[in-house]
Design a binder for this molecule. Structure first.
Ligand code: KG4
Ligand code: ZN
Length: 347
């Protein structure tokens, strides 16, 4: 079965074709970064309109690249939540209508389940059970994964998601949008030990996170620096890099401490990182070191499948369609959609 996957939950339009036996056939992505850059963040209405503009041309591209005809599509999968409602509606309407026109089943995919299972698209996929660290712009959570749709929540962020904290801190430092990758790049120029940020909620048991205090810590440090060195551009630039480094180190350390705890608590050896912040090299390196020390294994998708993409949606859609799930003609995109509402399926 060939499944066409559509991702349009935020600021990226991703389309992919996944073959149940041959694997991923092709995938394309259109990023809206330039569109939102001048506003310093995602403008939901502009995002929806841009998805509408790109969905059909990208579908044509993905078919052409794979040498697949429209008539070969056996099912359509689209992200139905969580995300920006207008952006979700764009992909859901197009996806559901296409399935109707082709007379094939359609399936709604949970965006975070897509992220969580994205490492399955790689050569050496993790086997169940494993601990998953999901770190994106909207979510930060740790789950004990025992099968598809079997996600026991171990802990989550009580305020900002890790990606959100990266983005807000970057904005405060005047680094613009998208904040995460820009801040991470600048952090490379930062001096080790110039500042030490707290590791929130690591001094007590439990697997929940809190990142909003780090953002405030960064703001205060930045304001002190601004007051200290009026006119000293070079010092300010170095300070910006130093704060970026200290902030990144604090987030990475905190995530690593909680992942280690989660592995111990669940007696798991395998750790999976997924979601946009999983593209962070420093995080990957530190988790790899920690997992190796614990005698376990670390899995993550290639960088382009850490951030939003259509491949993960096509993959999850294919699994669920093969398990007999499908969506009737109504379209119900959801801005919020708790992961524990997902049904377990046998693969
Ligand atoms: O998974 P994703 O593409 O979209 C959501 O589902 O939210 O994640 C986007 C988030 C953004 O907050 C972005 O700043 C962050 O992932 N991100 C990074 C890096 N690349 C993307 N954060 C830190 N370091 C990176 N290299
Ligand atoms: Zn995402």
């Amino acid at each position: 079965m060939i499944v066409l996957g559509i991702e349009s939950s935020c600021d990226e339009t991703g389309i992919a074709l996944y073959h149940s036996e041959k694997g991923l056939l092709s995938h394309v992505l259109h990023s809206q970064v330039e569109l939102h850059a001048e506003y310093g963040g995602v403008v939901p209405e502009l995002a929806s309109r841009d998805h509408i503009r790109y969905l059909v041309p990208l579908m044509e591209q993905v078919l052409q690249r794979a040498g697949v005809k429209q008539a070969d599509i056996g099912g359509v999968a689209y992200t139905a939540g969580p995300g920006l409602i207008g952006a979700l509606m764009s992909g859901a309407c197009v996806g559901r209508s296409l399935a109707w026109a082709l007379d094939v089943p359609a399936i709604e995919v949970h965006h975070m389940e897509g992220h969580l299972l994205a490492p399955m698209l790689e050569q050496n996929p993790p086997v169940f059970p494993f601990v998953a660290l999901l770190v994106s712009g909207g979510h930060t959570l740790l789950a004990h994964v025992t099968g598809v749709g079997q996600y026991e929540l171990l802990g989550q962020s009580l305020d900002d998601a890790a990606g959100e904290a990266f983005d807000k801190t970057a904005k405060m430092l005047g680094l613009g949008y998208p904040g995460g990758p820009v801040l991470a790049k600048l952090a490379e120029k930062g001096e080790a030990g110039a500042y030490t940020f707290p590791r929130p909620m690591t001094d007590r048991p439990g697997l929940d996170f809190s990142f909003s205090g780090l953002k405030t810590f960064a703001l205060n440090t930045w304001q002190d620096l601004l007051a200290e060195c009026e006119g000293g551009v070079e010092k300010l630039e170095q300070g910006q890099a130093d704060i970026s480094r200290a902030f990144e180190e604090a987030v990475v350390d905190t995530l690593s401490i909680k992942c280690k705890r989660a592995l111990k608590q669940t007696h798991c050896r395998r750790l999976v990182i997924a979601g946009g912040v999983g593209a962070n090299q420093h995080l990957r390196q530190q988790l790899a070191k920690m997992v190796k020390k614990e005698g376990g294994e670390l899995y993550y998708p290639r960088i382009e499948f850490c951030t939003d993409n259509g491949a993960m949606i096509a993959y999850v859609g294919c699994l669920r369609l093969l398990a007999g799930e499908s969506k009737e003609l109504s379209i119900d995109a959801r801005a919020r959609w708790p992961m524990d509402e997902l049904s377990a399926i046998r693969v």
